[in-house]
Ligand binder design. Structure first.
Ligand code: NDP
Length: 246
């Protein structure tokens, strides 16, 4: 039995890309997964695929900008599987523009999903982790937060803010009951940039993703590695990027 067999893992942004790949990787290796996102049709088919392979999966419509949705996701895990071992705060959006463009709605959208969404997850799961005497927060941040690129200021800012949150949580919880892991991927070939509004910018970003991006499965394997460690081992940070990325 792998250590993943005993884990109950909730994942936000599980309807596509890294979140969906992580759900599949963990579930096919024995974990019980609880999936949240807004596109429930995608979640339903992923849950059906996992169950068809003999895996354990549940799903819920979750908008991470709503605190109550995260509470419901955590409650679903506890209700169906008796506890929650890991929350993967993965839901995210990316918008690209110089700050001078003053795309304030886009700034707010990134703050709401990438930062506030993770905080809502922490607020929902932390009391459960404390009660259980054990828990693990994993978040998908980004190399964009490590190597600052013009046009990605707010995106990188949200990711660095999440890095700070997890480090603070780690320092506040050195009794060994809470683990935190920040995953920083470089280019990963997903739908992330399909949601850019500007058609020219979207096409350019899609091309770069297709040419350079690694598979979301690689990120899923990194997340699995962090989760499957023994309770007294914390993988704090993992950076993974295409070998050809600058
Ligand atoms: P995708 O666009 O494929 O996935 C994004 C996920 O976030 C979707 O499942 C989407 O689900 C979910 N999401 C967006 N808004 C909300 C919301 N309000 N509430 C709940 N879920 C939401 O892209 P990726 O898989 O690439 O992105 C996953 C994470 O990885 C993000 O945090 C991203 O910033 C990060 N990342 C991605 C990189 C890349 O190159 N692709 C590089 C570094 C980091 P739905 O729309 O159904 O709600």
């Amino acid at each position: 039995m792998s250590t993943l067999d005993t884990k109950v893992v909730a994942i936000t942004g599980a309807s596509s890309g890294i979140g969906a790949a992580t759900a599949w990787e963990l579930a096919t290796r024995g974990a019980s997964v609880v999936l949240g996102a807004r596109r429930t049709d995608r979640l339903e088919s992923l849950v059906a695929r996992i169950r068809a392979e003999g895996g354990r999966a549940e799903m819920l419509a979750v908008d991470v900008t709503r605190r109550a949705d995260l509470e419901a996701l955590v409650a679903l895990a506890v209700d169906r599987f008796g506890r929650l071992d890991v929350l993967v705060g993965n839901a995210g959006v990316a918008r690209i523009a110089p700050m001078a463009a003053l795309d304030v709605d886009d700034w707010n959208a990134m703050i709401d999903v990438n930062l506030r969404g993770v905080l809502h997850g922490i607020a929902a799961a932390l009391p459960v982790f404390r009660r259980q005497g054990r828990g693990h927060f994993v978040t998908t941040i980004s190399t964009a937060g490590l190597r600052i690129v013009p046009t990605q200021a707010v995106y990188a800012g949200t990711k660095n803010a999440v890095r700070t949150l997890l480090e603070a949580l780690r320092q506040e919880s050195t009794d060994g009951t809470l683990r935190t892991t920040s995953i920083s991927p470089g280019y990963v070939h997903t739908e992330l940039v399909d949601h850019l509004d500007d058609p020219g910018q979207r096409a350019e970003a899609q091309q770069a993703m297709a040419a350079l991006g690694i598979s979301p499965d690689a990120v899923a394997r990194a997340i699995a590695f962090a989760i499957e460690q023994p309770d007294d081992v914390e993988i704090g940070d993992i950076t993974l990027r295409p070998a050809r990325q600058g």
